[in-house]
Design a protein around this ligand. Structure first.
Ligand code: B16
Ligand code: MG
Length: 217
C-alpha cells in the first residue's frame, strides 16, 4: 500500500519552467547560442550547471569559458530567476494540486519534495505549501541528479518509508526513470512519459480516486 508521495516541483506543483526558460534565454543570447524549443525542452529537470553546459554546447561555446566565468553566468541566471519566482503566489499552484495535497494530508499520507531545484524551499514558501511536506531533499547533497534514482530514494528516507510504499509524481522522462529506478510507483503527468506506471494528461486529473482507478483498485 502507498503511504507516501514524493513530488517533483517544476511542472507538477507549479509552472516554474516558464521562468527558467526566460532566464536561460537571456543567458543563451549573451553567450551567442540560438534559443530553440528543443533546447528549452531538454533543460527540464536538469541541474543548473548541467543546463548551462548544454546551452554552451548547443552553440559550440563549451570551450570558450573558464570555470569561474561559467559560475558567474550561472549566478547571473539564478539572480534573474530569483526575481521572477518572487512574483509567485498560491494562485500559481497548478490546477488540482492544492486539492490533492489537502486530500493527502486529510488521509494521513506523508509528502516529501524531490526537486532538482536549489530554489525549491523558497518556491514552496511563495506558494504557501511549506507545511504540507515532512521534508525536502537537498539537491546539493546528491551524488547524481535525475535520472539517477538517488533523489527519489532519499525522498522515501525522508518519509521513513520503504520504496514500495512510495509513489513519485513527475513531468519529465528523467524523473520517471529516477522513480522507477528507486523501486517506487511512478506517476507521470503530461505526454511522452511511456515509462510511467500511471499516466495522467495534466495535474487536474491527479486525485486518489483517479489513482485507484488507474491501478484497478
Ligand atoms: P535551480 P524540478 C528543476 O526542477 C528544473 O526542471 C530545471 O529546469 C532546473 O534547472 C533545476 O530544477 C535546477 O533548478 O537552478 O533552481 O537549482 O523539475 O526537478 O523540480
Ligand atoms: Mg519537473
Amino acid at each position: 500500500d502507498i503511504k507516501g508521495f514524493a513530488f517533483d516541483l517544476d511542472g507538477v506543483i507549479a509552472d516554474t519552467a516558464k521562468f527558467h526558460s526566460q532566464a536561460w534565454h537571456q543567458t543563451a543570447t549573451k553567450v551567442g547560442t540560438e534559443w530553440t524549443p528543443e533546447l528549452q525542452e531538454a533543460l527540464k529537470g536538469v541541474s543548473r550547471m548541467d543546463s548551462l553546459e548544454m546551452i554552451l554546447k548547443a552553440g559550440g561555446h563549451e570551450n570558450d569559458y573558464s570555470l569561474a566565468e561559467k559560475e558567474a553566468l550561472a549566478a547571473e541566471k539564478n539572480d534573474n530567476y530569483g526575481k521572477l519566482i518572487a512574483t509567485l503566489t498560491p494562485a500559481d499552484i497548478l490546477p488540482g494540486m492544492q486539492a490533492f495535497l489537502d486530500e493527502l494530508r486529510a488521509g494521513g499520507y506523508q509528502m516529501a519534495l524531490a526537486s532538482a531545484s536549489k530554489n525549491a524551499p523558497k518556491i514552496l514558501k511563495y506558494l504557501g505549501l511549506t507545511d504540507y511536506f515532512v521534508g525536502i531533499v537537498d539537491p546539493a547533497t546528491l551524488h547524481a541528479g535525475k535520472p539517477d534514482p538517488e533523489i527519489f530514494a532519499r525522498a522515501a528516507e525522508v518519509m521513513n518509508l520503504p520504496a514500495d510504499q512510495v509513489a513519485g509524481l513527475e513531468d519529465s522522462a528523467a524523473g520517471i526513470q529516477s522513480i522507477n529506478g528507486a523501486g517506487e510507483l511512478s506517476i507521470g503527468i503530461g505526454d511522452q512519459l511511456s515509462a510511467a506506471t500511471v499516466k495522467f494528461t495534466d495535474t487536474a486529473q491527479v486525485s486518489l480516486a483517479n489513482l485507484r482507478a488507474a491501478l484497478g483498485e
